[in-house]
Design a protein around this ligand. Sequence first.
Ligand code: GCB
Length: 607
Amino acid sequence: MRPIRKFFIAVVGLILPMMAVAETLPVIQNVNAYESMSLNGEWNYIVDVQEEGYYDYRMNPTRWGFFVNAKPQKPEDLIEYDFDKSPTMQIPGDWNTQDERLFFYEGTVWFKKSFSMRNEELNKVLLYFGAVNYDCRVWVNGKEAGHHIGGFTPFNFDVTELLTEGENTVIVKVDNKRHAEDVPTQIFDWWNYGGITRDVKLVKVPTVYIEDYSLQLEKVKGGKGEKVREISFSARLNKAEAGHEVTVFIPELKIEKTFTTNAEGKIQSSTFNVPSKRLSLWSPENPKLYQVQVMLDNTTIADEIGFRTIETRDKQILLNGQPIFLKGISIHNEKPNGGGRANSAEDARTLLGWAKELGCNFVRLAHYPHHEEMVREAERMGILVWSEIPVYWTIAWKNPKTFENARQQLTDMIGRDHNRANVIIWSIANETPHSAERDDFLGRLAQYARTLDDTRLISMAMEVTGASNYVNRLNDNMNKYVDVVSFNEYIGWYRDVNDASKMTWEIPYNKPVIISEFGGGARYGYHGQKNQRWTEEFQENLYRENINMIDKIEGLSGTTPWILKDFRSPRRVLPGIQDYYNRKGLVSDKGEKKKAFFVLKEWYDSK
Ligand code: GCB
């Protein structure tokens, strides 16, 4: 170490505050219902290729990292970074599309935001992130607030003790390097957009608040003619305190019910009745949402909640007791025009608007939890949702930390969206290679998902395991854990070009079937014969042949072809055609509709 720096550290070290780690809390339910201060906007950033801002030159974490946000105090002081003189980028937003130099960058970037707070705002404050990809450490005024991994789920820290009246500074270190033991793992077919990709806010909560609540319609027990329906309510406070009264108020249904917390600060699942005639059930044709208020002491949380049931009977999926065919499409959480992470209600409306135009009543939000607005917008538009965690391809099945990571992402996905009527399927994995360790990992994950939410269906995108003489077989030990058997097939693209019409299917499970992927690539505007790869005609023909084939599969309950829009992927390098886009979109990266779009639409319109 050079002497001047040593000297600086000795001096500054004395005045450094003690490192206190704030508390990481379970994610608060319906965060948007609380008064908050948005920290969206311009943040200064520093690209830190060697993590100079975190480790010393012996690779030990240093107390004098960038999170100190140091400034020279005397003319001779040596400080080799300066957030305030560093460039800014827009948050929420990925770094890859905001700074040309960072297009392919995978590593560490530091972010800084300053803001001012008044004394009366400091009662109890959570610092909330909608999502940060991937590994993130947060400091408030130089003190550590917490650490989070996982790129697509929300998290919050209690930062009350770290804030001060007047000027405050939040510093976030984000690292999106890929590792084999992470979730997702080292390889995946989408862009590894780094950064603070969803909203950031300071949320004002009372000392005792409702951490989670759940409102669900119970399934009909006695058949169709029931005069009353049961709604169940449960809740959990942030404190294990008995005797708090929580009131649920649904004016339109004339419901006002008060429950009292037990010693664990919980309201165990309790039911109340609503006359069937009064209740308008949520469905794609009638996306009815009720204004709901959940009250604790002086705080009222407002929500919009729909009531519906979802279940299976043999090979059928029943929505509100009636069989439904899921006319779906797979979607990545990418901006409608060009690349970049989608992060607004407007992005959601455009993407879902195309799905509606296609005739969809269902979307598969692949391969990770999307922005909350995607789910909420879909609910308002009457679109059912499959929501997924990034347990994708070659996960480190034997690593307990990997399992814990996947489990946490599942917890937070379900935690955020379990009051959304349109979410009907939790998907725990995509195209995972068979092995005993994988079965053990996914089996435990599926069972865990049921303990969190036993009202929805569980599925995962499987693969076709055997094919000979045009007979395709599905044989997956996970069949016993899922409610819906879903699988990806790429007939006409990765295999058996022009042979779809000869294919037959053996799916030996008495469960509904969803084809979770099929499709092929085409560059918008490239035309030719139907056997010419990458032309719109090739893709159009592939859709026609696949639709004819899958329409005959016994027990087919739905499909979500791959994919709505061309999306960025580092694996798609073919110049002039792919240029780092996966071209299987029905819509180009600029929003232009390819011929196959209209083939799928025609089928859905006829269904
Ligand atoms: C798949 C994957 C999906 C890929 C797609 C493709 O099976 O689930 O993530 O993008 O194939 O285009 O190859």
